[in-house]
Design a protein around this ligand. Structure first.
Ligand SMILES: [Zn+2]
Length: 414
């Protein structure tokens, strides 16, 4: 097969290293065989693809999505989405896959849905030629009976241990998702909910998962729920709001991934702000319900601020950080929320290449996506070209010029 040359204005290779300017990539049989400085005598080849006005980045990965729900703020639509039959979720799921691919996302890890529709979709419908995306699925997430998590999962049978229920239902899944706390309060700052499982139950669950080649992702907010998940040997902490310094140190120590999903709080804040604005424009008075919404805006802002401080501290301590959005939550839209989360990482103290590394190489490691997340000699040529220089990131992530999958340019509807 003939080799291809690609001229890149800038290269952000996913390793976290500073961007390189004017780089020439040679691709052979879908693999990058050579990366070199683009000397003037080399850039006049007839087969050259010119991305000199672009930055090249590895294809992006979102380490935490829910494909079965959209990010809509409309509560009626959200309620309806929860009760759809499988056949009726297909269009929505494909719309969201399309949004993801359009934003340069080539890999995703799903955090579960009650009826395991995303797993069923992956098994029976996902066409890589239409959506060139690696979708990793959890099936239904696991939560304690009577506790938070019903929307995205189920609880173990009454006479069964968590690990026994998991053991019976590993078919078709790529990882295990367990919920070990409640949600964050938008009213009471840092309010902790009790853990859902103890260390022993969780450890047995993680061990069973490993037997089936599955890592375990644990939804946990607050000190105790996170501590238990870490002691049980989980592979990643999802959200981790208010987990505290000791847990961050444990994660750095054991090199356990953290997926902060900070954008969820920004989305809450923005959604309530918009609601207030709309009510005001309709002549609504400042009644108690409006006051409560103001409280929510402030609560979400404070939670976001605290999470950004934790991200800054985690980076300093050497915690491996992966980047996920929780797309499907209120106001967290598939694809474009990834840009928002990258921006929040930069606000928290990451460099542009550092934040991109979290959304590419780190995520590829967490998701076991070999060859993904990096632009390097010997790696598959899977990358995106984005108009502009690295200093225009992440804003320019919306203006994708091109997506390459294993050396082939991807065109929609082909
Ligand atoms: Zn989630």
């Amino acid at each position: 097969m003939k080799s291809k040359s690609i001229l890149a204005g800038w290269l952000v290779d996913g390793s976290g290293e500073p961007a390189r300017k004017n780089v020439l990539l040679t691709i052979n049989s879908g693999v990058i065989t050579h990366i070199e400085n683009a000397l003037p005598e080399k850039i006049h080849q007839p087969d050259l693809t010119d991305f000199s006005h672009c930055s090249l980045l590895p294809g992006l990965i979102d380490a935490h999505i829910h494909l079965f729900m959209s990010g809509t703020e409309d509560m009626d639509t959200r309620t309806r989405q929860l009760t759809l039959r499988f056949e009726d979720t297909l269009d929505g799921m494909e719309e969201r896959l399309d949004d993801l691919v359009s934003c340069g996302v080539v890999g995703c890890r799903d955090g579960g849905d009650r009826h395991a529709y995303t797993m069923q979709y992956k098994r029976d419908h996902l066409d890589q030629n239409v959506f060139p995306l690696q979708l990793k699925v959890a099936g239904a997430a696991w939560h304690q009976h009577g506790r938070y998590g019903k929307m995205i999962g189920k609880s173990p049978g009454t006479s069964e241990k968590l690990s026994q229920s998991i053991c019976r239902q590993t078919r078709g899944i790529d990882h295990i998702k367990i919920v070990n706390s409640g949600l964050n309060s938008l009213v009471r700052f840092g309010k902790e909910t009790p853990p859902q499982f103890d260390v022993l139950e969780l450890r047995e669950a993680v061990t069973v998962g490993m037997r089936f080649g599955c890592k375990t992702m644990v939804h946990a907010n607050g000190k105790k729920p996170v501590e238990i998940a870490l002691k049980a040997g989980c592979h990643s902490i999802e959200h981790g709001f208010f987990m505290g310094e000791e847990n961050l140190k444990r994660m750095a120590d054991k090199q356990i991934f953290w997926v902060p999903t900070a954008v969820t709080m920004k989305a809450y804040r923005d959604a309530f702000e918009l609601r207030i604005k709309n009510l005001r424009s309709q002549g609504h008075s400042e009644d108690p319900s409006m006051l409560r919404m103001h409280e929510m805006v402030q609560g979400a802002s404070r939670n976001l601020e605290h999470q950004l401080e934790q991200i800054y501290r985690a980076k300093d301590l050497g915690v491996p950080i992966a980047l996920g959005t929780d797309a499907g939550s209120i106001g967290v839209h598939h694809g474009r929320s990834l840009k928002e989360e990258i921006r929040l990482f930069i606000t928290a103290g990451f460099s542009v290449p550092g934040a991109i590394q979290c959304a590419t190489l780190n995520n590829a490691r967490l998701l076991n996506l070999d060859g993904y997340g990096v632009i390097a000699e010997g790696a598959p040529a899977t990358f995106i070209a984005v108009t502009g220089a690295p200093q225009d990131l992440p804003e320019n992530l919306g203006s994708l010029t091109s997506l390459y999958i294993k050396g082939k340019e991807f065109h929609k509807n082909k």
